[in-house]
Design a protein around this ligand. Sequence first.
Ligand SMILES: Cc1cc2nc3c(=O)[nH]c(=O)nc-3n(C[C@H](O)[C@H](O)[C@H](O)COP(=O)(O)OP(=O)(O)OC[C@H]3O[C@@H](n4cnc5c(N)ncnc54)[C@H](O)[C@@H]3O)c2cc1C
Length: 410
Amino acid sequence: MAIVGAGAIGLSCAIHLQRAGFAVEIFDPRGPGEGCSSGNAGVIATAEVLPFGRPSILRQVPRMLFDPLGPLVIRWGYLPRFAPWLLRFIAACRPGEVERLAQAITSLLVEAVPSWREIVKGTDGERLLVSRGWLRLYGSKSALEAALPEAMWRRELGVKVDILKGGEIRELEPALAPIFEGAILFPEVGHTLSPLGLMRVLAAIVAQNGGRFHRRHISRIEIENGRAAVIDEADTSHAFDRAVIAAGAWSRHLVRTLGIDVPLDTERGYHVMLPTPAASPLRPVSVMSPGYSLIQMEEGLRLVTGIEFAGLQAPPDFRRIRRLVAHAATVLPGLKAEPMSEWLGFRPSMPTSIPVIGPIPGRPEVMLAFGHGHLGLTLGPATGRLVAALMEGKTPFADVAPFLPANAAI
Ligand SMILES: Cc1cc2nc3c(=O)[nH]c(=O)nc-3n(C[C@H](O)[C@H](O)[C@H](O)COP(=O)(O)OP(=O)(O)OC[C@H]3O[C@@H](n4cnc5c(N)ncnc54)[C@H](O)[C@@H]3O)c2cc1C
């Protein structure tokens, strides 16, 4: 079994496929987890039961686009290529559609934490995964009130939600400056103290189970005599009974080599690492205006922001996130606003927020597993379970219909 891509999705698929008895070989020019899966906010974001595309987000788009500190950027030169994705995204924001997509996402999210706990059992991953909740911070009562309807919607979908006043925020997170009037706490959300550390734990499990890693870029996939041949940049062909495409934001290119297109684009996102302050928040905190998150990790304090539509090739633009560092110093008094490193990552995003999981119609040799957008870290192990069940012909834990390539507008 070949797996193309050693991110949260590819590694999780590898472990579950090994358990199902498959010998696994992973192809990736980067080290395990060194794509998008290492630089994220680390949140096991089980509260994100709503698709990213929804009426409230559409309403905020004009304001966000013109806010120099805001989280949304569209590089206008990219618009012609990005327009078809955008139109699908707008179509997915219809109320009835949002509810359908939310049900599908929830059906995976309910298994996210048990799947993580189970996959790292008995490894250092147990120490790296903690459950302390996730706090969304609002600077005014009116901003909090505006966010309440969606918080209640999440509650209806089974998410535990607490509404906090200023004093309660200070009790919970004394490191924060007393500048917030209200907050929404998702107390059951977990996070990892090191996304890269966690990916290395998964890679070690794969290796222990006999999995082999090849530092190879796969340039195309061909079906030959009922077998899947993955062909690397040196034009060497490696033939397998089955292949899984888990190449994150780069998966569209590989799927195209099989003559199929999929509406996958990338929502680029940024982080900077800051020195650990004397006092830092215990749990991930999101400053809802201007829009960024702070997460204390083993490697330092991570400031995460950004949804930038500019494709896979455009160079990074760190100007916006650098300005946010100064803002973060007003939220965390004593924060040394001197970034130690800067990072740009590529979320693999479908316009519906629904990942693509399952075999290509008419080509059972190739399974797809990508498009997890904002939730790839969260949903890695749950996706691995689904892929292994489909590969074995067993009944998966969730209805896979919404995720099947045939239903992903391919
Ligand atoms: C700023 C930011 C914050 C985020 N925060 C969170 C969060 O808190 N919680 C959460 O759940 N998610 C979060 N995400 C999203 C999450 O990181 C992604 O959804 C996830 O990492 C996707 O995993 P993946 O395995 O599909 O892709 P990747 O981790 O990108 O892995 C894909 C791999 O495929 C390899 N590859 C690509 N093309 C080829 C090829 N042709 N041949 C061989 N290998 C190839 C790449 O080198 C890469 O290693 C965040 C993302 C960003 C950008």
